[in-house]
Unconditional design. Structure first.
Ligand code: PLP
Length: 432
């Protein structure tokens, strides 16, 4: 009998956390790394939220609490989500989780039986794909199209829907592309869903970047389209909007109270409840008018950085980068660099076992990290199935302006360093 179950070996991971030890290793050798790998705002937790958490700790609000989430927070969530999307919600439909991540996998446990099909965006947040085989479901990637701002049309989705479809993930503003859906696109997608899916097919609308928007663009939710609220789970949280990734607070609104109860029971089974002092902090984050100001300041900084990074990237031969409308990532197409540095040829010449673990964009990612000290993420980190021949990187712009300027200079040098890349590959080190 094996120590580790076969099933657990089917779960994947999020590579953004894998790059951390590589960076620490390089830093220990004395290198300064420009960190464009991590998806977390580089701003402090806003003072008004911090003060509330401290106040709650001083009140000794540190004990077990409601596993569904404290009622004042659920009320605040139902109110702000409902008002922003023009929909009616009750606090009984809301469940609070330790971050925006847990409901992703929980939904697959709750809704999917073996053989059911799960549609997810690719490129997309890796946790959607990570769980699918673990729960015995079938992964069905929905490839986002660069030419329409990394979005998809109703017809793209329609082709993938079958009688076994059970769960469909959508994510706008998107990680890793920064794409934002227009109202019309969402209406078109909703029409396909209403036409082709049974009412028990669930749509998971990941809106965790709901407040990180540029150029005056608004977040549209598919739940605002008539007939969609009763099929859709809205998931979001505090990590990105309030620069509070370590607070581990997220929430989801379910179509029915019965479903919310099932998720509450999963909370009881896995972690009992979320730290009550942080839940009070999240309530203040949602209700305080000061949050508007801190979010606006953060978006202004991200937009300035986006403008700099996108213009610098587009000036590098071999790179094409779209202007994201939300979130804090840029997702350049590096096909030209792959060609110019002969990365494809180098990849093809690798032994089969190495090839399986890397990709052309991974090779450039690792070359950038180990030779030019810029940490980025490769295409493979955002969905693996059917992505051969797709050459992209994700850069997070949640890094200071000066670091980003250095990073862009380094990328420009790396993208022209044919000899350096050949020598890097020759060594057969750090290839994934
Ligand atoms: N959903 C998306 C699209 C994300 O990008 C992230 C984090 O990067 C999450 C969910 C998870 O967020 P949290 O840190 O709150 O668990």
């Amino acid at each position: 009998m094996a120590l580790i179950s076969n099933q657990i070996q089917l779960i994947r991971s999020e590579n953004a956390f894998k790059v951390g030890p590589y960076i620490r290793g390089l830093e220990a050798e004395g290198h300064k790394i420009v960190k464009c790998n991590l998806g977390e705002p580089d701003f402090p937790l806003p003072t008004h939220i911090r003060n509330e958490v401290k106040r709650q700790l001083d009140l000794d609000n540190t004990h077990y609490t409601d596993p569904q989430g404290i009622l004042p927070l659920r009320k605040a969530i139902a109110k702000y989500i409902g008002e922003a999307r023009d929909i009616k919600l009750t606090p009984e439909q809301v469940v609070v989780f330790p971050g925006g991540k847990p409901p992703i996998g929980f939904c697959q446990q709750v809704y999917c039986d073996p053989g059911d099909e799960v549609i997810f965006p690719s490129p997309g947040f890796p946790i959607y794909e990570s769980f699918i085989q673990y729960v015995g479901a079938k992964p069905v990637p929905l490839h986002l199209r660069e030419e329409i701002g990394f979005s998809f049309r109703g017809a793209d989705l329609e082709k993938l829907i079958t009688p076994r479809t059970k769960l469909i993930y959508i994510n706008f503003p998107s990680n890793p592309t920064g794409g934002v859906a227009t109202k019309d696109q969402l209406v078109e997608i909703a029409d396909v869903i209403k036409k082709k899916c049974r009412p028990d097919v669930r749509i998971y609308s990941d809106e965790i970047y709901e407040h990180i928007l540029f150029d005056g663009v608004k977040n549209h939710s598919i739940t605002s389209v008539p007939g969609m609220l009763e099929r859709t789970i809205i998931a979001t949280g505090a990590s990105k909007s309030y620069s509070w990734t370590g607070g581990r607070i997220g929430w989801a609104v379910f179509p029915t109270v019965e479903e919310a109860k099932i998720f509450t029971n999963l909370n009881i089974n896995y972690f009992s409840c979320i730290a009550p002092y942080n839940q009070e902090g999240a309530r203040v984050a949602i209700e305080s008018p000061e949050s508007k100001t801190t979010i606006a300041a953060m978006c202004k900084a991200f937009q300035e950085r986006r403008d700099l990074v996108v213009s610098k990237l587009n000036a590098i031969p071999g790179i094409q980068c779209q202007l994201p409308k939300g979130a804090f990532y840029v997702f350049p197409n590096i096909a030209g660099v792959v060609k110019n540095l002969r990365i494809d040829e180098a990849y093809k010449s690798l032994p089969e076992d190495l090839k399986k673990q890397t990709s052309p964009s991974t090779l450039f990612q690792m070359f950038l990290l180990y030779k030019y000290y810029v940490a980025t993420m490769d295409r493979k980190s955002f969905g693996q199935l059917g992505t051969e021949g797709m050459h992209y990187l994700r850069l997070s712009i949640a890094t200071g302006m000066e670091d980003l300027k250095t990073g862009m200079q380094q990328m420009e040098k790396a993208a022209a360093d044919t000899k350096g890349f050949a020598a890097f590959i020759e060594k057969r080190e750090h290839l994934f």
